[in-house]
Design a protein around this ligand. Structure first.
Ligand code: FMN
Length: 341
């Protein structure tokens, strides 16, 4: 038995002393009980492996998706390098932030050129707003989208649909027609693999149904409850605009509400063509993520943006430490926590 192990007499007496010292600070009560899980300590051992998770026939090391964020600045370059390295090390999927700068030239290509870091075997998607996609389709220039995806060696394209954010931006786009038609035109005319996401308000049931009926690789909820781009745009705008429209930031659907909507769709007799979801928007930690992907009745991973950004902007080491702890937490959850039906 190693001298410095948990049974070492010196360690044991330190531990016992800590327990006496800290016991009074460790009174919990039940007000903050996490009621989402049944805790089942009797039925499983701890496994050092996570179950297999799949995304579009690519095997993941953990059910975590790096949600679309950034590119186009020096700081974004470093953040993306860290995020991509984490994908490679832990086997995660990644969506790029808006690749719009690449439609105007290649000067920021390296910010987005992450396939060489991520490697060929993990999901990696480019990203454009529906307004740019619509514009290019309208001009019959969708080949530029195909070329963008090919240049990045991406698996396909994430299209973000964000009418509230656009509307609140002085320079924002106004959609001329229904985004669902643009998405349909995109995959039918390019054959690209497509994921559709919001940016922090989620989708209502009718939009979700329209998306689920299309042969998308996945729908990324980007639900209400985390980073909120309506709010963010109001922070950028005048006091008058902010005052007039602040209530708009509260409009939308949470990840939990969207899981219920999705489950209702899968329980119904409606024919659905999209079978994978990235549950995202306000996912704070592995317990939130574990809950969501086990509650939903279809193939799912969970996505995080701001939580990963917090560490990725600091250093690779900080991001790595965060992910190691999250993945260890997922292993624990898999062993002992069952999501309540
Ligand atoms: C700094 C930052 C930049 C973002 N940029 C994009 C973007 O370019 N395209 C996009 O689809 N979503 C973008 N998002 C939205 C995220 O992908 C995600 O949907 C949203 O932040 C909700 O996730 P969260 O609560 O985990 O942050 C961005 C988010 C952050 C924090």
């Amino acid at each position: 038995m190693p001298a410095s192990g948990p049974n070492d007499p010196a360690n044991m007496s330190d531990r016992k002393a800590d327990h006496i010292e800290l016991a009074f600070q460790s009174q919990m009560g039940t007000a903050q009980q996490d009621d989402r899980f049944n805790y089942e300590p009797m039925l499983s051992g701890y496994h050092n492996e996570l179950p297999a998770y799949w995304f579009d026939n690519k095997k993941l090391g953990a059910p975590i998706w790096v949600s679309s964020m950034t590119g186009g600045t020096e700081k974004a370059y470093a953040i993306n390098q860290h995020l991509a390295a984490a994908c490679a090390e832990f086997g995660l999927g990644m969506g790029l932030g808006s690749c719009r700068p690449l439609l105007n030239g290649k000067s920021r290509f390296n910010d987005f050129n992450l396939r060489p870091i991520i490697g060929p075997d993990l999901p990696f998607y480019a990203n454009l707003g529906i307004a740019q996609v619509s514009h290019l389709i309208h001009l019959n220039r969708q080949q530029e989208i195909v070329d963008l995806v090919a240049d990045l060696h991406a698996d396909g394209l994430i299209v973000h649909v964000n009418p509230l954010q656009e509307w609140l931006q002085p320079e924002g786009d106004r959609y001329a027609g229904p985004p669902v038609q643009v998405v349909e035109q995109l995959w039918s005319t390019t054959g690209l693999k497509v994921i559709v996401k919001e940016v922090g308000q989620g989708f209502g049931p009718d939009s979700l149904l329209a998306l689920m009926k299309m042969p998308l690789v996945a729908i990324d909820f980007a639900a209400l409850g985390g980073t909120n781009f309506a709010l963010l745009e109001m922070l950028r705008s005048s006091e008058a605009v902010s005052h007039a429209y602040s209530a708009l930031a509260q409009v939308g659907h949470s990840a939990n509400q969207m899981i219920d909507m999705t489950n209702q769709l899968f329980d119904s007799q409606v024919a659905l063509s999209c079978h994978t979801v990235i549950v995202s928007g306000g996912i704070r930690n592995f317990l939130d993520g574990y809950y969501c992907i086990n509650k939903i009745k279809t193939n799912a991973v969970y996505g995080q943006a701001s939580m990963l950004l917090r560490y990725a902007q600091e250093s690779y080491q900080a991001l790595r430490e965060y992910l190691v702890l999250q993945i260890e937490g997922l292993k624990l959850a898999n062993a002992f926590l069952k999501v309540k039906p």
